[in-house]
Design a protein around this ligand. Sequence first.
Ligand code: ZN
Length: 251
Amino acid sequence: MTGDRAIARLADLVRQGKPAVVLTGAGMSTASGIADFRSPGGIWSRYTPVTIQEFLASDDARRRYWEYKRETYAQFAGARPNPGHAALARLEEKGFVTAILTQNIDGLHQDAGSRRVIELHGTDRAVICLGCARRYDRAAIQERLIAGDAVPRCAACDGFLKPATISFGQALPEEALAEAVALAGGCRCLLAVGSSLVVHPAAALPLVAKRAGAALAILNREPTPVDVHADAILRDDVSAALPALAAALLR
Ligand code: ZN
């Protein structure tokens, strides 16, 4: 479904099941100029992902990892929330949304004013020392990369620095994951936005909600493997559809 009828259907589900839990993925940020790294021609087609094990084991892997991070952060640093982010923040403020579970590491939900954001894959806004857990500002580390410090180390303990994102082979943040599962299992409506719903745990959360009796709505450009379980599906642009949804709910 597309168009006004689909928006009305989505609005009904959120109204009946409010406050909804919203799950967001890469499609949430494409209108902010952040490319989906997994898409053809995306950054992942030019860089081989570095696992946490490789990062810890080899200076060459650390160098390649930071080259990749330097390029992606340059995109993040200039990005601003789009009207979809703003709509979700407004829906939270008005009691229609209780929390956002996001696969994104760009921090744009917080920039838009969303208060309860659970970052399933961590955040690229901070850098953490793997030795002593000291945190660094990401922008300051970017300056060091640009100045030629290809593999930045901790000033306190000389440990390896790494953005506070979850790498391949690295465990998801337990606390965030537990909170996400509790929210999905306790809500009456889960709205999945801009996620292909193939990467775990995002792929499983809609089913957690569904099994607990919640309504499931999916807003995504492309079909997802979870569509078969959805009560409403909307194939539309996130940055257009979410403001339309907010307008329908808040009028
Ligand atoms: Zn340290």
